[in-house]
Ligand binder design. Structure first.
Ligand code: MG
Length: 386
């Protein structure tokens, strides 16, 4: 059987690590044609040498000479967006897995879609910002958009790859984060340290804070609407602290399908890479004989306003979701630098949403412009209010 040729954008982060774990485990199934990383250029070079990649790209020009010296002659070194676009459009590539946190993967992923590649998507920002444009390109190119985010991957599995809106509801599960049981009056004293302590998932700092505010779930809700062609009110968030049911789909007859596994990103990543096939996983199976409890409850919208804010953004449409995401990124960065308290994150987002120059039917350029405008508004607000 022919090996699948893949590109990994964001090869040094936690998604990259899990992807490489799958590739090492199923080494007879995949060729890693290209990889792209950010500032950890030594790690990018190590991976390129291990997998004998055709392309390897990093973010910063100042590291480029040193980076090149670490590579063998069979790997072409490149920089930033240009480098990513080149590997994503290489004719030999079958699938591009994008795990870059933030929006740096947007243009390369669009290029990959236009070149007919299937996409494994972990960067939720791409669909949050430009879901309408990206999914229109997916339909036009006839490629598969396979979500890697555990929840969307679960929904994709429940729908068996069919996104034809033949379901009643999507039930998007959510761990509830570290402050699920924290009383509202204690939110003022939440610190960087307590917020980074996620109960079930081991992830990067940005997404861990987003789990604590439920902004992660809110961005996922927006993502689900685009991926599965859902109406805003067809997606409901359900708190499920054990993170074993990764999401559920309720069909018109009332039947509910769910996808379950231990919380490990290897599962959704492997499924995205091997789809439509399934292969043996490197992870131990679930042991129900030891007793497994699954609980579900509704979210508390008073302590966690993010979900309703996201639904409002979706109803407004246009540049609103992109601004929601950009303002949150700025706010989370400020919280991680300990320059703003936890509760201020929502103030930054609300203020930025109100202030930005809304466009109802934006082009990709206008979305990218709205994203930078939002960052400026948010930073300005922080400068005046911290
Ligand atoms: Mg998720």
């Amino acid at each position: 059987m022919k090996k699948k040729n893949i590109v990994i954008l964001g090869c040094t982060g936690s998604i990259g690590d899990s992807t490489l774990k799958v590739v090492r485990h199923l080494s007879d199934q995949f060729n890693v044609v290209g990889i792209a990383g950010g500032s950890r250029f030594e790690k990018v070079a190590d991976i390129a040498n291990e997998f004998d990649c055709k392309y390897a790209s990093i973010q910063h020009e100042e590291n480029f000479t040193q980076f090149k010296s670490l590579l063998t002659t069979s790997t072409k070194a490149s920089l930033g967006e240009e480098g990513m676009v080149e590997m994503c459009s290489d004719p030999s590539v079958d699938l591009v897995l994008c795990g870059i946190v933030g929006t740096a993967g947007l243009v390369p992923v669009l290029e990959a879609i236009r070149s007919g590649k299937d996409i494994g998507l972990a960067s939720k920002e791409i669909l949050v910002m430009a879901g309408e444009i990206v999914m229109a390109e997916v339909a036009k190119a006839g490629v598969k958009m396979i979500p890697v985010d555990s929840e969307h991957n679960a929904i994709f599995q429940c729908l068996d790859g069919q996104s034809d809106n033949s379901y009643r509801r999507i039930l998007l599960t959510c761990s509830g984060g570290p402050f699920r049981n924290t009383p509202k009056e204690d939110f003022e004293s939440i610190t960087r340290k307590t917020a980074l302590n996620h109960p079930t998932w081991d992830m990067g700092p940005k997404i861990t804070i987003d789990s604590a505010t439920l902004m992660n779930k809110s961005l996922e809700l927006i993502e689900a609407v685009w991926l599965f062609d859902a109406d805003v009110d067809q997606v409901e968030v359900v708190i499920h602290p054990q993170s074993i049911v990764h999401s559920m789909v309720e069909f018109t007859d009332g039947s509910i399908l769910s996808q379950m596994s231990n919380p490990d990103m290897v599962f959704p990543i492997q499924y995205a890479l091997t789809y439509p096939e399934r292969y043996k996983s490197s992870i131990a199976p679930m042991d129900f004989t030891k007793g497994v409890s699954l609980t579900f409850e509704g979210p508390d919208h008073d302590r966690f306003p993010s979900i309703n804010m996201a639904k409002d953004c979706l109803r407004r449409g246009g540049t609103s979701p992109a601004v929601f995401n950009a303002a949150n990124e700025v706010a989370v960065e400020a919280f991680l630098e300990e320059s703003i308290p936890f509760l201020k994150i929502w103030d930054v987002i609300r203020h930025t949403e109100e202030k930005h120059s809304f466009i109802k039917k934006p082009s990709l350029e206008e979305i990218i412009k709205a994203d930078s405008e939002a960052r400026e508004i948010a930073k300005d607000f922080l400068a005046k209010n911290s």
